[in-house]
Design a protein around this ligand. Structure first.
Ligand SMILES: [Zn+2]
Ligand SMILES: [Zn+2]
Length: 290
């Protein structure tokens, strides 16, 4: 069991970092089937308000996870009278900026959003809170995510997950898309967070408030969803494919789908590939399970 014991600070005050998936390719594909982006936002705004009402010391920070970039769009500690409006305005400006940064015109399917970037931004913000003094709210990260995993972000996301685990910050995941996310399954499992893929997205607010609303202290008294299965497969560093079996560099633990003469990460030279017996320096075996 890898669930992380929570640090006991002064009280049950929460710092909730919400990562909003704003990938336009995901949302334009999703409207026909289930939840539109505006309906999604109205659920999320009601949830954020309820978290802020639970305790006047609670803090909410929203980071938009776009297709090309990510940015902070809301911070409840920065005083504002019309909070919802400022969030919506900043979000709109962000979506426009994200679109302008477009790399190339053609995208295969939905494409992934920059989860590694927004996770890193959330962890940076949390580190700043940790260093602000002995009395600070208990941080947690909630990923509201719908885009498919981007295998090219595998290393950055795993680094963010281990950093969160080390800082005892749980990463909660609420999946809005059709498929599960192996990245977020691993993130929630490793950091002791909750992973949930709601059955009915039109009741999203109820899922958010009952599963993700409670502070970390109260969580120990609740029956929250348990992980039913975690996809531990890794992505190879050479082609960013998801693989079941692969070659692992015995020096730096980089993963490859085929035999290489030299490790592209650390430069170690591997032995000759043999037809039946695996070579000494890089052994064919199952990718490690964390
Ligand atoms: Zn490969
Ligand atoms: Zn290596």
């Amino acid at each position: 069991m890898t669930s992380v014991p929570s640090k006991l600070y002064t009280d049950d005050v929460s710092l909730l970092m919400v990562l909003l998936d704003t990938n336009p390719f995901f949302w334009s594909a999703a409207t026909a089937t289930s939840l539109s982006f505006s309906k999604f936002l109205s659920h999320v705004l009601a949830f954020l308000n309820s978290v802020l009402l639970l305790n006047q010391l609670n803090q909410v920070v929203v980071i938009a996870t776009g297709f090309n970039t990510c940015d902070y769009v809301f911070d409840s500690s920065v005083g504002s009278i019309q909070r919802a409006e400022s969030l919506l305005q900043k979000l709109e400006a962000f979506v426009v900026k994200d679109e302008q940064l477009g790399k190339e015109g053609s995208v295969d399917g939905i494409g992934s959003s920059l989860l590694s970037g927004s996770l890193s931004m959330a962890l940076c913000y949390i580190q700043r809170i940790f260093r602000s003094g002995p009395l600070h709210p208990q941080p947690r990260i909630l990923c509201l995510h719908g885009s498919p995993d981007g295998p090219e972000q595998y290393v950055a996301i795993m680094n963010a997950i281990f950093s969160a685990q080390r800082s005892m910050v749980p990463i909660d995941s609420c999946l809005l898309g059709a498929q599960h996310s192996a990245f977020l399954q691993q993130a929630s499992y490793i950091t002791g967070g909750v992973y949930l893929k709601p059955q009915q997205l039109d009741g999203l607010f109820q899922y958010l408030s009952t599963v993700f609303g409670a502070d970390l202290l109260s969580r120990s008294f609740l029956q929250l969803p348990k992980p039913v299965g975690v996809d531990f497969r890794a992505s190879c560093f050479c082609h960013k494919n998801t693989i079941d079996m692969g070659y692992i560099c015995s020096v730096c633990l980089s993963i490859f789908c085929q035999h290489h003469k030299k490790c592209s990460t650390c430069g170690s030279v591997f032995g000759q590939a043999q037809t039946n017996a695996p070579s000494t320096s890089s052994q064919k075996r199952k990718t490690p399970e964390t």
